[in-house]
Design a protein around this ligand. Structure first.
Ligand code: SF4
Ligand code: SF4
Length: 358
C-alpha cells in the first residue's frame, strides 16, 4: 500500500480532523486504560493525516499506538466514518516498513502454512443437514464444542461439519492483505460447495469475516437456538447475571436481543451494564492486543468486570470463545484487588444445563 490507498479515505480523515468532535474518545477501552488521545480513533485519524501529507513517517511509536487498538468498533458506532478501514490501512502501511509485532507475524504465517490458527486436537467432522462452521478457537476446544453440538441437536438442529480452514480474520484486520488473499483461496478450496449454502457459525469474529470479506450467507447459531427455544421448555436457572455483548456479535452482526431472550427463557434475572448493546465495551481480547500487549488486554478486561460490579452483579454471561476466557482472566486478576470474584459463564453451558438431555 502507498498513500494512494489511504487517499481513498481522505474525505473521512479530513472530516474527522476538521470536526474533532471527540465522541469516540472517552469510552474507547484503550483510552480508559492509557489516558492518551493518540490511542483513540481521533488520534489515529490525525496520524493518518500526517502520513497522507508526508508530515509523519512510520515509526516505533506509531506501531505502539496502532497495535494497541482492539478493533472493537466502539468508535465506529459513535462516528459516521470508516474508522476500522482506516486503521487497517495504517497497519498495512507499517507492515510495508517492516514494523509489525513478531507474535502477529508468527500467527499469520501459521495460518498460511498450516491452514489453522490453533492446533486441532480432535476431528470434529460429522454428517448432518445444516452446515456448521466451527472456527479455529472452537476447533481447538473439542470438549466445549461437543457440548454446543449437543445443545444444537437438542434444539432439533442436525449440524453438518466438514473440513474447514481458518477464516483469516487476524491477517485481514491487522493489515496482512496478501496473506489474507491466500487464506481466502485456501478456505474456498477446502469448504467447497458448503460455501453456497446458509452456514451456521459459532464464533462471532469468524461470522463477521465470512459475511463481510467472503460474502457468505452466515447465521450465528445462537440466533437459530433462540428461534427454537420456546418449544423446548428449558429448566429455570436460579441466577442473577449481566450479559456482555461480544463486539462482533453485537455491534457488527446486530445480534443483541437473542442472547437476552434466551437468558430470560432460562429464568435468569438479567441486569444490564451501563455499556450495553451497540455501545458495549470490548473484553480486551480483540485486535491481537492479547498477543502484542497482554498486560494492556488484561487492564481492559478488568474494566469490563468493574462495569458488572458497578451494577452489583457477580456473574457475567457471554457467548464468544474470545470474550469468555479473556473476561475470566480479567475477573481473576481483579479479584486480587477488590476481593470479589465475578464469575464468567458461557451461554452454551447454561443452555446445556437447562435443556432436557437428548
Ligand atoms: S467520533 Fe469520528 S469524527 Fe468524531 S473525533 Fe472520533 S473519529 Fe473523529
Ligand atoms: S476500535 Fe476500539 S480500541 Fe480501537 S480506537 Fe476504536 S474504540 Fe478504541
Amino acid at each position: 500500500m502507498d498513500t494512494q490507498t489511504l487517499e481513498r479515505y481522505a474525505e473521512d480523515i479530513y472530516t474527522c480532523n476538521r470536526t474533532r468532535c471527540g465522541f469516540c474518545v472517552a469510552e474507547c477501552p484503550i483510552f480508559r486504560v492509557k489516558g492518551f488521545e493518540a490511542y483513540t480513533s481521533r488520534g489515529k485519524m490525525m496520524i493518518a493525516r500526517g502520513l497522507l501529507e508526508g508530515l509523519l513517517e512510520p515509526s516505533d511509536e506509531m506501531q505502539d499506538v496502532l497495535e494497541a487498538c482492539l478493533f472493537c468498533g466502539y468508535c465506529q458506532a459513535r462516528c459516521a466514518l470508516s474508522n476500522l478501514e482506516v486503521f487497517t490501512l495504517l497497519r498495512q502501511r507499517l507492515l510495508e516498513e517492516g514494523l509489525s509485532a513478531p507474535q502477529l507475524e508468527e500467527k499469520v504465517a501459521k495460518i498460511v502454512q498450516d491452514r489453522v490458527l490453533f492446533d486441532r486436537p480432535a476431528d470434529l467432522r460429522r454428517e448432518g443437514t445444516v452446515p456448521l462452521y466451527l472456527g479455529c478457537l472452537y476447533q481447538s476446544k473439542p470438549v466445549e464444542t461437543r457440548t454446543i453440538i449437543s445443545v444444537l441437536e437438542r434444539c432439533g438442529i442436525d449440524p453438518l461439519i466438514v473440513e474447514e480452514t481458518c477464516c483469516g480474520y487476524l491477517a485481514e484486520a491487522t493489515g496482512f492483505g496478501e496473506e489474507f488473499e491466500r487464506i481466502q483461496h485456501t478456505f474456498r478450496e477446502a469448504y467447497g460447495e458448503q460455501a453456497d449454502k446458509e452456514i451456521l457459525t459459532l464464533c462471532p469474529t469468524c461470522t463477521v469475516t465470512l459475511r463481510d470479506k467472503y460474502g457468505l450467507n452466515v447465521k450465528h447459531a445462537i440466533v437459530a437456538v433462540a428461534e427454537k427455544l420456546a418449544e423446548l421448555g428449558p429448566r429455570q436457572l436460579d441466577m442473577r447475571a449481566t450479559y456482555h455483548d461480544p463486539c462482533h456479535l453485537g455491534r457488527m452482526l446486530g445480534v443483541f436481543e437473542e442472547p437476552r431472550q434466551i437468558l430470560r427463557a432460562l429464568g435468569v434475572d438479567l441486569v444490564e451494564m451501563e455499556h450495553n448493546r451497540m455501545f458495549s465495551t470490548c473484553c480486551g481480547g480483540g485486535g491481537g492486543v492479547m498477543d502484542t500487549d497482554p498486560a494492556l488486554a488484561m487492564e481492559v478486561a478488568k474494566n469490563r468486570i468493574r462495569d458488572a460490579l458497578e451494577m452489583g452483579v457477580e456473574t457475567i454471561v457471554t457467548v464468544c470463545p474470545t470474550c469468555e476466557p479473556t473476561l475470566l482472566r480479567g475477573a481473576s486478576r481483579l479479584a486480587n484487588e477488590v476481593d470479589v470474584f465475578v464469575d464468567v459463564r458461557g451461554l452454551w453451558d447454561l443452555l446445556d444445563e437447562a435443556l432436557p438431555p437428548g
